[in-house]
Design a protein. Structure first.
Length: 131
């Protein structure tokens, strides 16, 4: 395991989100990445593959008229196989917005992010916002 390499992966990933460069951030994902998104909203589920996740989110956001944006990455903790980010995000849907806090766990292998788990502080508020 390579904690320094994982720290470098996460540094580049966070920097991309901080400059609102989602394309650069997404390039850090493995093609077969698995995203685990909790809840009961149209955004929830387990998604295997970069294109499947992006296609699903693109369709749902288009239908609901919304987006999610990173407001602040508060801290990142990096270990031998995983990293954890404490994040503040904003969901925007039409004229409404919701600011929320999230913990994201990343599994890193071969210099890529291969799996993520989102843990939202107020999952009920997010489910209501997107439903």
């Amino acid at each position: 395991m390579d904690t320094p390499k994982n720290a470098e992966v996460m540094r580049h990933y966070v920097e991309a989100w901080e400059r609102n460069d989602s394309e650069a951030a997404i390039e850090m994902w493995a093609e077969d990445i698995v995203h685990h998104v909790p809840g009961r909203s149209p955004l929830a589920g387990d998604f295997s593959g970069k294109s499947i996740f992006l296609d699903h989110y693109g369709k749902v956001f288009a239908e609901l008229g919304g987006t999610i944006e990173v407001v602040e990455v508060r801290d990142v903790l990096v270990g031998e196989e995983h990293a954890v980010a404490l994040v503040k995000e904003r969901a925007v849907r039409g004229e409404r917005s919701l600011t929320f806090h999230r913990v994201v766990v990343y599994r890193i292998a071969g210099g890529e992010i291969v799996e993520t788990w989102s843990h939202d502080y107020d999952l009920y508020a997010l489910d209501e916002f997107w439903s």
